[in-house]
Design a protein around this ligand. Sequence first.
Ligand SMILES: O=C(CCC(O)(O)[C@H](Cc1ccccc1)NC(=O)c1ccccc1)N[C@@H](Cc1ccccc1)C(=O)O
Ligand SMILES: [Zn+2]
Length: 588
Amino acid sequence: LISDLSEAQSFLNDYNTMMEVVYSKSIKAAWAFYTNITDHNREVMVAEDLYSDQVAQQAARNASQYNLTIMDQTMRREFIKIMDIGSAAQTDPVKQTRLKEVLSEMETIYSTAKVCIGDGECLPLEPDLTRLFATSRDHDVLLAAWQGWRDASGAKMKELYTEFVTLSNEALAILGHADTGAYWRSDYDSPEFEEEVRVLFEQLRPMYEQLHAYSRRKLMEIYGRDKFPESGHIPAHLLGNMWAQEWLNLVDDFMPFKGKPSMDVTKEMVNQGYTPLRIFQLADDFFGSLGMIRMPPEFWNGSMLEKPTDGREVVCHASAWDFYNRKDFRVQQCTDITQSDLETVHHEMGHVEYFLQYKHLPLQLRGGANPGFHEAVGDVISLSVQTPEHMKSIGLLSTIGNDTESDINFLMSMALQKIAFLPFGYLIDQWRWSVFRGDTSPEEYNDHWWDLRCRYQGVSPPVERSSSDFDPGAKYHIPANTPYIRYFVSFVIQFQFHKALCNASGYTGPLHRCDVYNNTEAGKVLGDMLKLGSSKPWTFAMQQMTGQATMDAQPLMEYFEPLLEFLRRENGNDYGWHPHCPTFKRSV
Ligand SMILES: O=C(CCC(O)(O)[C@H](Cc1ccccc1)NC(=O)c1ccccc1)N[C@@H](Cc1ccccc1)C(=O)O
Ligand SMILES: [Zn+2]
C-alpha cells in the first residue's frame, strides 16, 4: 500500500480535475434528457453514464492502493467516498447497460403518463391532474383521476421494477453491501438508523392521529359518511393530493375558525399576476437578505422554470442540478402559480444554495451532511416565508390576526403540510427496504404497500386493488429510484434548524411565528453549516448548528403544541383507525 501522503494528495488533485470533466459531461447529458425526453437523448444519457461509471471504477481501484490509516479524517473520508461508487461497481457491461435502460424507461413511463377522460382529452400529472386534485370536490371525478393515474403509471412498470431490484442488488453486492437499502442507509453513518427513525415516528404518531381524526370528520361533512369505511381509514383520493401526502389544498374546508382571512395564498398569487420567474426571484431575495449566496447568472440563464409549451415531453417533477464544474447550477421545475409551488421553489433553491456554499470543496465532499440535510435547507427558509407576518410583508396576506383563533388557523395550514406528510415520508422506504432485503416478493409488492398505507397513514384504497397493480410506481421517487426517508428526516430536523436560526437572530416569541428574513446572524449560522458539505459526519454539523448532535422531534412538537391542544379538545375519543385495510364487499 502507498503510504506517502504527498502522493495521496496529488492523487486526489488529479481525481478532482478528471472527475469534474467526466461528471459534468454526464450530467449535461442527463439534463438534455430530463428537459427533452426522446429515445436519442435517453441513449446518449445511458452511454455517457456507462462511461463515467467506468472512469469511477478505475479511480476506485487506484484509490484502494493507498494506506488510509496514515491519513487525517477528511482525507480518509474522501478516499472512502471515491471507493464507494454504488451501482457503478457493476463490471458486467450487459447488466450495467440493462440497469440504466430499465431506470430510464421507468422514468419515461412516469413522466409521459397521461389520464384520458371522456372526450378524448388526456391529462398529464402537471399541471392538470395536480390542479384537479387541488380544486375538485367531486368524488367520482377524483376517483377516476386517482385510478387512471395508477393505471397509466405504476401498473405499466411492475415487471421493470422487479428486474431493477435484482440488478441493483447485484451491483451493490460487488461492494459488499447487503442490498440497495443497506447502501442507502449507510449515508446516515449509524447502524441504528432504522431504529432512530422508528422512534421519531412513534413520538410524532399521536399528533398525526389527531390531525387525521379532525380531517376525517371534516371530509365526512363534505362527502357523506357513506363514502368512508367502518375501519376509520380515509379513502386515498379525498385528501387534495394524488398521493395524500400533504393536505394543504383542503385548508379552506378545514379552517377551524371561519371568518378569518384564508391561509391559502394561491388566489392572491394569481390575482397579482405572479409568474414562475417572480417566485424564484422572491426566494433568491430571501437568501440574499440572510447575507447568503444569491443565484448566479448561469442559474437564471440555464434553468427550466416552467413547463415548455412547444410540445416537448419533459420530467416535470422538480429537481436541482449541480454540474460539478463550480459554474453551472440549475433548477428544473414545471412551476405552477400555487402556494404549494411557492414552497417547492424554496425547496429547490435550498438545494442550489447548498451547491453554492460547498462548491469550493473537493468533488467527493460536495454533498449534504446527510441526505436529510439537503432536503431541509429550502424548507427551513420556507418556515419563515409562510408566517403571516412574512406573507403580509410581501403583500400576499392582507391582515394578520394575532388572536388565538387566527393562530390556530395558521397552525392548521402548516400542519396540513408538515404533520400530514410524516407517515408518508416514513412508509415509502419501509416498503422499499423490505423489497430490497427480499422480505417482500413481487407478488406481495402491492399488498405490502397498502398494508403500510393503511397502518401508518390511515389511508385506504378507494377501489379494490389487484396484484397487477403497482401503486408504489405511481409516486415519482420509486421509478426515479430516489430514496425517500431523507424527507422524513428533513421534516424533523428542519424544525431543529428553524429553532437554531430563530435563537441566533435573537427572536424570543413562539417558534411558529418566527421569520428570520433580513437577519444575517441567522444567515451565518446556516451558511457555516452548509459550507461543511459532507466533509464531516452529520452529527458534527448538527452539533455546530443546534448545540446537539442528534435528530430531535421536540422543536417540531413545540411548534405545533397550540394546535395539538385544539385538536385533542375537538376530537375527544373519536380518533384512530384499524391497522388493517378495510375489505371490499364483493358485489354479489
Ligand atoms: O421530491 C421532492 C422535491 C424534489 C427534490 O428536490 O427533492 C429532488 C428529487 C430528485 C429528482 C431527480 C433526481 C433525484 C432527486 N431532489 C433534488 O433535486 C436533489 C436532491 C439532493 C441533492 C441535489 C438535488 N419532494 C418530495 C417530498 C416533499 C418535500 C418538501 C415538501 C413537500 C414534499 C415530494 O414531492 O414527494
Ligand atoms: Zn429536494
